[in-house]
Design a protein around this ligand. Structure first.
Ligand SMILES: C[S@@+](CC[C@H](N)C(=O)[O-])C[C@H]1O[C@@H](n2cnc3c(N)ncnc32)[C@H](O)[C@@H]1O
Length: 188
C-alpha cells in the first residue's frame, strides 16, 4: 500500500459524502476534472454546479462532461465562487476547491484569499449534515503560499462541535508541495 496523493484523498473523501441524485459543487472548474468526477457521482438524477472566472474553463468543463457521456444536470457559471450563495440555493453534499491557476492557461489568473475565504464560508452554510468541503492548496506559487496559510488558519478555527477538519499532504516533499484541507459538517 502506498499513501494516496492529496488529490486522490480529496476524491476519496468526497466520494463518501455524495450520493446518487445528489447535488455537488466544483468551485474552481478549470479543465473540468473535478466536475466530471462529481457528475459521475451524482449521476443522471443529480446536479453539479460549477464556477470559474475564465470562459475557457466553462467551455472545457462542459466539453469534458459531455465527451465522457455522463448525464446529469450541469449548472456552470462564469463568475467567481464568492457568488456561491447567490447562485446555489439548495443544500449540497460536497464542494470541491482546487486553488491556484489553470494549467496551460494564463498563470496570472489565480484564486486569491480575498475571494476564497468568503466562498469557503458560503460553502459551509450550503452543506447538509455529513457534507464535505475539499480544498487543494498550492503553496508553491507566488500568492499561493499566503492563500494556503490563510485557508489553514480559517479551517483550524472552525468550532470542533460542528466541524471535523483535516490537513493531508507529503510533508517531506520538496518545493512547498500541495496539500489538502478537508472539512466535514457534523450537524445541520
Ligand atoms: C487549479 S485550477 C482548477 C483545476 C480544476 N479543478 C480541474 O479539475 O481542472 C484553478 C481555477 O480557479 C479559477 N479561479 C480563479 N479565481 C476564481 C474565483 N474567484 N472563482 C472561481 N474560480 C476561480 C481559475 O480560473 C482556474 O481555472
Amino acid at each position: 500500500m502506498s499513501f494516496p496523493k492529496p488529490l486522490m484523498m480529496a476524491q476519496q473523501i468526497v466520494r463518501g459524502a455524495v450520493r446518487e441524485g445528489g447535488v455537488a459543487v466544483d468551485a474552481t472548474l478549470g479543465n473540468g476534472h473535478d466536475a466530471l468526477f462529481l457528475a459521475k457521482l451524482v449521476g443522471k438524477e443529480g446536479k453539479v454546479y460549477g464556477f470559474d472566472v475564465q470562459e475557457e474553463a466553462i467551455t472545457a468543463s462542459n466539453l469534458k462532461v459531455q465527451e465522457a457521456g455522463v448525464e446529469c444536470e450541469l449548472s456552470f457559471h462564469c463568475r467567481g465562487h464568492e457568488h456561491l450563495a447567490e447562485t446555489v440555493q439548495e443544500p449540497v453534499q460536497a464542494v470541491m476547491f482546487n486553488l491556484g491557476y489553470l494549467p496551460r492557461a494564463d498563470k496570472a489568473v489565480i484564486t486569491t484569499v480575498e475571494t476564497t475565504l468568503p466562498a469557503l464560508g458560503q460553502a459551509c452554510d450550503l452543506l447538509e449534515k455529513g457534507g464535505v468541503i475539499s480544498v487543494m492548496c498550492y503553496p508553491g506559487h507566488e500568492g499561493g503560499d499566503v492563500e494556503a496559510q490563510d485557508v489553514l488558519k480559517w479551517a483550524s478555527s472552525l468550532p470542533r462541535e460542528g466541524w471535523r477538519v483535516i490537513q493531508y499532504g507529503f510533508i517531506n516533499a520538496p518545493n512547498n508541495p500541495p496539500f489538502l484541507v478537508a472539512i466535514e459538517k457534523l450537524s445541520a
